[in-house]
Design a protein around this ligand. Structure first.
Ligand SMILES: NC(=O)C1=CN([C@@H]2O[C@H](COP(=O)(O)OP(=O)(O)OC[C@H]3O[C@@H](n4cnc5c(N)ncnc54)[C@H](OP(=O)(O)O)[C@@H]3O)[C@@H](O)[C@H]2O)C=CC1
Ligand SMILES: CC(C)=CCC[C@@H](C)[C@H]1CC=C2C3=C(CC[C@@]21C)[C@@]1(C)CC[C@H](O)C(C)(C)[C@@H]1CC3
Length: 406
């Protein structure tokens, strides 16, 4: 049987999409539907400074990973019964790298130059993602069979390269997947946003309200992820998925260069935002964040210690595995309240860019598709894991993400 079409097309299509979106965001029309599409010219795609910045950034975060601050946590139990150790110092890494960026700014470094550097940086990040995924694929053949991901070993080289063969590739105590998931790309995203804000200051003298909102909302999201870094140890990506091209590229190129497209768009397409409009958007982001954080924390607390007073009174159903499922509280509202909150925030990040263009809504559309697909995948895994108890849960909580809609 040939490789699944996605595994062949996606590694070509997604990198081109990143470059296309960056290019559209800075074109005067900013039209994703324009034909022929707005593509960057070859001289816009290369700058010798880009690999230096990228390597410097990666090097800094590797050093910060080993910083002896914060606690060290155990991951979930692996198939061979062992548990890996993970440093929980991502928030320190965010604070220190932000401090360094501020220091550079104070010393007069032109952070707005990131606007011109964005396409070459994206090219380097894409190239690095390919090289890194090839390295991961090759080294996985030396890994013991219990260290391989269950879904990434079909024997089809293209598919396995794409999905990832090894579950937790490490060099000594340096966990490559855990490192990439939360640090260089996620923190890089907010630094790029700040660069867009500084470019706006260069062009117009001060940052716009829309730009400030986009920067603050996305900084809150990234800071939250790092503050709750330990929770990432129980996500599907860390627990089930191999580390292959999809996650490497997602972490190192897709997140930093597409999640902040709103800020890049605002540099060339300034928007005026009324105080009332801003207030409505802030409230929407606040509601989304509240649902996202409360529901994620409730489940994490319940999984860590079901007898904790904050979750012990919640109604649950038993499963044959010994684990219980929450059927009240946030997880009794819909089966993925955390996705609902995340999607409300996604909308709030796009609204400051107005309604004249589709591009700033790219993230909302992509993210809706990603989460619907992820929900279906999780649903399959939970049905396999919990069987009839999962069916009972689904009857008790019929909606997946949007109450009374989906
Ligand atoms: N910004 C981005 O690009 C992305 C953000 N996210 C966000 O990451 C966060 C984590 O999402 P994700 O890793 O997909 O999955 P979830 O955090 O939703 O975890 C799903 C798991 O939770 C457990 N679970 C499900 N229902 C219940 C219940 N009723 N009671 C107790 N446990 C239950 C099951 O695992 P078990 O029973 O084994 O514990 C299930 O496999 C979300 O907030 C999501 O929005 C995700 C992807 C991309
Ligand atoms: C199109 C493509 C290449 C998709 C790959 C998907 C990845 C971009 C996402 C898979 C799961 C992710 C998570 C986050 C970022 C995006 C990826 C890597 C996340 C780190 C964002 C911040 C959140 O608070 C989170 C920690 C819960 C989240 C975890 C999942």
């Amino acid at each position: 049987m040939g490789p699944p079409v996605g595994a062949v097309c996606i590694p070509v299509f997604l990198p081109l999409t990143v470059l296309f979106l960056i290019s559209v965001s800075r074109s005067p029309e900013a039209s994703v539907l324009q034909w022929p599409p707005a593509l960057p010219s070859s001289d816009q795609l290369w700058d010798p400074l880009a690999p230096v910045v990228l390597l410097g950034w990666m090097g800094l975060h590797i050093l910060l990973y080993f910083l002896p601050v914060g606690k060290v946590s155990d991951g979930l139990t692996l198939r061979d019964g062992s548990r890996l150790k993970y440093p929980i110092n991502g928030f320190h890494a965010l604070c220190i790298s932000s401090g360094l960026v501020m220091l550079f700014l104070g010393l007069g470094a032109p952070l707005g130059r990131l606007f011109e550097l964005l396409p070459p940086l994206a090219v380097c990040a894409i190239g690095a993602s390919f090289l890194f995924s090839i390295y991961l694929y090759i080294r996985s053949f030396w890994a013991p069979s219990h260290a391989l991901a269950l879904g990434g070993n079909t024997g089809n080289p293209l598919y396995d390269f794409f999905i990832g063969r090894e579950l937790n590739p490490r060099i000594g105590s340096f966990d490559l997947k855990y490192f990439c998931e939360l640090r260089p790309g996620l923190i890089g995203w907010v630094v790029i946003n700040l660069g867009m804000l500084m470019k706006e200051v260069e062009l117009r003298g001060s940052p716009s309200l829309a730009m400030i909102l986009v920067n603050c909302f996305q900084l809150l999201y990234v800071a939250d992820a790092l503050w709750n870094e330990e929770a990432v140890l129980t996500t599907m990506d860390i627990v089930h998925d191999g580390f292959g091209f999809m996650l490497v590229f997602g972490d190192l190129a897709w997140v930093p260069f597409t999640y902040g497209l709103q800020a890049a768009f605002l540099v060339v397409h300034p928007q005026s935002l009324s105080a009332l409009g801003a207030a409505v958007i802030i409230v929407l982001n606040g509601i989304g964040y509240y649902i996202f954080r409360k529901s994620n924390s409730q489940k994490n607390q319940f999984r860590r210690d079901p007898t904790h007073p904050s979750v012990s009174k919640l109604e649950t159903i038993a499963t044959a595995t010994g684990k219980r499922l929450l059927v009240s509280g946030w997880w009794g509202l819909v089966r993925h309240p955390n996705y609902l909150g995340d999607l409300l925030m996604a909308l709030a990040w796009s609204l400051p860019c107005g309604f004249s263009h589709l591009l700033p809504y790219f993230y909302v559309v992509y993210f809706t598709i990603l989460l619907i697909h992820r929900e279906a995948r999780d649903e399959r895994q939970c049905r396999d894991k919990y069987g009839v108890a999962w069916d009972t849960y689904c009857r008790r909580v019929p909606y997946r993400i949007f109450p009374y809609i989906y």
